[in-house]
Design a protein around this ligand. Structure first.
Ligand code: NAD
Length: 271
């Protein structure tokens, strides 16, 4: 139980990758605060809807993780809204008086050529992926600085390392996450706070449902398209799993001297 009594905030904790990270933190003894939103202000995302139903999924997790019920809290918060973020930080510090770990996983995607993308696609991806990460870092770091300890892991992507056609806006948001990570890591290094990013390749979650649908060939279903895209993009020929990402997160939490890095877990896609 390496993380016994540590307090961890996980945004997007009820999503495909988030759930595995939450489980890994609970298994190591941490208290976990899941931050999820039910609706967003934008008309579309990987859930094709304003209603992303993150809170509903988080409630279902309570049943699945019933052994850990006394160590999970679910808080309603849209990471792109400053007032929601400060409310979450206030509630967590009031209850636990500390924040040891922050994992910024909440993220959204849409896809399209530059002609197809709307201003809303840009605003959505920048607001949730980049600004949401900025806001949580901004309000968690003063708490971590006071306690002279902290671990922040921001979810970027291989799209934060290389350009991917039809994901220009998403790439911009994930490059931003890596820039933010590097600059902040230097800014707070003296406080025994490490800040790193994880860059997943292809993980079979709701997010990839949208991409597999968009990039399917005629007659292909989502599953077939997913397999073909994995075959084309990943030298290892297989997708990464949520557990791969949870392992990367746990490595970074336990690595005192690793900071300002963007760890790529992509089966060789970007090598
Ligand atoms: N799946 C992949 O292949 C892949 C690849 C690269 C990067 N990523 C990144 O990993 C992270 C997790 O993605 P995933 O595949 O688990 O997707 P997912 O859709 O399963 O999970 C995303 C979660 O974020 C939550 N969320 C979205 N907007 C929010 C907001 N404004 N406020 C609070 N919560 C919000 C959603 O409710 C959802 O539970 C994302 O940042 C994504 O960009 C995923």
């Amino acid at each position: 139980m390496k993380l016994k009594d540590n307090v961890a905030i996980v945004t997007g904790g009820a999503g495909g990758i988030g759930k595995a990270v939450v489980r890994a933190l609970l298994d190591e003894g941490a208290y976990v605060v899941i931050v999820e939103a039910e609706d967003l202000n934008y008309s579309t995302n990987q859930y094709y809807d304003k209603k992303i139903k993150g809170l509903t999924r988080a409630q279902e997790l309570l049943t699945e993780f019933s052994d850990y019920r006394d160590r999970i809290i679910i808080l309603n918060g849209d990471v792109s809204k400053c007032s929601d973020v400060t409310k979450v930080i206030d509630e967590v510090t009031k209850k636990y008086n500390r924040i040891d770990i922050l994992v910024n996983i909440a993220g959204v995607v849409t896809a399209g050529t530059i002609e197809d993308l709307k201003e809303e696609d840009w605003d959505l991806t920048m607001d949730v992926n980049a600004k949401g990460t900025f806001l949580f870092c901004k309000y968690a770091l003063p708490v971590m600085k006071k306690q002279n300890y902290g671990r922040i892991i921001n979810f970027a992507s291989i799209a934060g390392k290389v350009g991917i056609p039809e994901l220009s806006h998403y790439c911009a948001s994930k490059f931003a996450v890596i820039g933010l990570t590097n600059a902040l890591a230097k800014e707070v290094a003296k406080f025994d706070i490490t800040i790193n990013a994880v860059c997943p390749g292809i993980v079979n979650t709701q997010m990839w449902d949208l991409l597999a649908k968009r990039w399917s060939k005629s007659g292909e279903n989502i599953e077939e398209s997913f397999k073909r895209n994995v075959g084309n993009m990943i030298p290892q020929g297989k997708p990464q799993t949520p557990m791969d990402m949870a392992k990367a997160v746990m490595f970074l939490i336990n690595s005192e001297h690793v900071t300002g890095q963007a760890i790529i877990v992509d089966g060789g896609a970007t090598m």
